[in-house]
Write a protein that binds this ligand. Structure first.
Ligand code: FAD
Length: 478
């Protein structure tokens, strides 16, 4: 492809792009590079596919569904439908999860790779030696027009006294346990910690959650955090927010965690300990420090709006550039980085209207600004909150836990935020995300058909709640 951007960037190198890290960001970068006519080297030092398919999104979401099926046997809200008892068979559930992971890794990573002839995979750890060369574990050096770093992130634990010495589970090891423990302490009440905490609780594990900030899902709207904490407690989880952990120790066959809450000393004891207190970028130990790349406070690679690092020959994308750490952000970033590396900084990395989901039950989904963030940004917010008892779908499903909160700009009536706590809230959030990205107004939402009875009708009802009392409306909220 003479004259193509890829060939222009190659300048005598063996590859146009060398991508370090074969997770979702790396794959998206490799595919975009191949589509642009580039010769691409993809270097993966661990398991192909990275975090999401192997130890993140995929295994956690299928286990959450399995745990939900177990929970619904006895908790479905319908009189006349028998509830059934019985312990889950964890080793079968886990094996089914492993099968799905293996299938998807094969189909979406190995299989996809085979369909791009211009991508060469190197299954080795790599070190970045400059903006134009990468050294492989076996000593070979790959020369590149441009390098893209997509090395992801790893679980991070705070410096709690005793923690490093006693050892603990992380997201990967907890989902691979040989057997279900009787009890588990989960340190960290954000998405990963809460999803796993509820999943194990529903499989019969006695779970204690310890969160340092004043409520669970602390990055979300405050009312959502309060309400979700209460729903989890009602389900039997022992949820403590606003704690300060003083000491972790091994006692008998398990763990003892001493913590302070409301000025009082308390103790939690359990057979297993899971630490889910965030993830930090993988940027150490493979040459980045000496390659002119700047690292931020948490070790993440600092990039400009084109995902280019301080070394113009090196781009970066995915979890390695820090928050927000989601797989769809990683994949988008990989594609943007490859295009910019090959074609010369033409595509801006734009996260406007980025939705996020916590897969608890009820789930949390949000996009845009909270009421307080709007005020801080100098916007006078209009807020509408619709409890789910006004949503026919929730009534029919006999599950009215949660609410839909919409935030609009008083001056323009444009939607600027949505914060949802509902069963399957993740299935509802794309509509407000679209509204925010394309500047839609309250009237655009109320004037759009929403099928009866769906949960997404809750978005229309919440939009109507800005101006009307929906309890006085009849069917279909016309
Ligand atoms: C439990 C859990 C659940 C999650 N659930 C969701 C979800 O439901 N939805 C969602 O959007 N996101 C979810 N995430 C986040 C999501 O998994 C990540 O945002 C995403 O996988 C990041 O992709 P990445 O390509 O940036 O990094 P990774 O997928 O981590 O890939 C990085 C790759 O680089 C390799 N590597 C590192 N250093 C080197 C080196 N020096 N040489 C060669 N290779 C190297 C690693 O082996 C790894 O394979 C979840 C995460 C966790 C932990």
């Amino acid at each position: 492809m003479d004259g193509s951007p890829a060939v222009a960037s190659r300048r005598g190198s063996e590859f146009d792009l060398v991508i370090v890290g074969g997770g979702s960001a790396g794959f998206a970068a490799a595919i975009k590079g191949a589509e642009l006519g580039a010769r691409v080297a993809l270097v993966e030092g661990g398991t192909l596919g990275g975090t999401c398919v192997n130890v993140g999104c995929v295994p956690s979401k299928t286990l959450i569904r399995a745990a939900e099926a177990q929970h619904r046997r006895a908790h479905h809200g319908f009189e006349g439908i028998p509830t059934t008892d019985g312990r889950p068979d964890w080793s079968t559930v886990r094996a089914q999860k492993d099968e799905l992971v293996a299938e998807l890794r094969q189909a979406k990573y190995w299989g996809v790779l085979r369909s791009y002839e211009s991508i060469t995979l190197f299954e080795q750890r790599a070190a970045v030696t400059s903006g134009r060369t990468v050294r492989l574990g076996d000593g070979r050096t790959l020369s590149a027009g441009k390098v893209i770093v997509t090395t992801g992130a790893s679980p991070w634990a705070p410096p709690i006294p005793g923690l490093a010495e006693v050892g603990y589970l992380d997201n990967a090891s907890v989902m691979a346990l040989d057997r279900l423990p009787a009890s588990m302490i989960v340190v960290g009440g954000s998405a990963v910690g809460l999803e796993l905490a509820q999943m194990f609780a529903r499989l019969g594990v006695r779970v204690t959650v310890l969160e340092a900030l004043p409520r669970v899902v602390p990055a979300e709207d405050a009312e959502i955090g309060e309400a979700l904490g209460a729903f989890l407690a009602a389900e039997g989880l022992d949820v403590h927010a606003g704690v300060s952990i003083e000491q972790v120790a091994r006692t008998g066959g398990g763990y003892t965690v001493r913590f302070q809450k409301d000025g009082r000393d308390q103790t939690a004891v359990a057979e297993q300990l899971l630490v889910a207190t965030g993830r930090r970028a993988n940027t150490r130990g493979f040459g980045l420090e000496d390659s002119g790349v700047t690292l931020g406070k948490k070790g993440e690679i600092v990039v400009n709006e084109f995902l280019q690092t301080a070394n113009p020959g090196i781009y970066a994308a995915g979890d390695v550039i820090g928050d927000p750490m989601f797989v769809y952000v990683a994949a988008y970033g990989g594609s943007v980085a490859a295009e910019n590396a090959l074609s010369g900084n033409a595509r801006r990395y734009d996260l406007t209207g980025l939705p996020k989901v916590t897969f608890t039950d009820p789930a949390v989904a949000s996009v845009g600004l909270t009421e307080d963030q709007a005020r801080a940004a100098g916007i006078q917010p209009l807020v509408s909150t619709l409890p789910l008892e006004h949503v026919p779908r929730s009534l029919a499903a006999r599950d009215t836990r949660g609410f839909v909160k919409l935030v609009a700009d008083t001056a323009t009536r444009k939607i600027i935020g949505a914060h949802i706590l509902a069963a399957e809230a993740g299935e509802m959030i794309a509509e407000p995300a679209l509204a925010i990205r394309f500047g839609l107004t309250i009237e655009d939402l109320t004037g759009t058909f929403h099928p009866y009875l769906t949960l997404s009708e809750g978005i229309k009802l919440a939009a109507q709640t800005f101006d009307r009392d929906v309890s006085k409306l009849s069917c279909c909220a016309a």
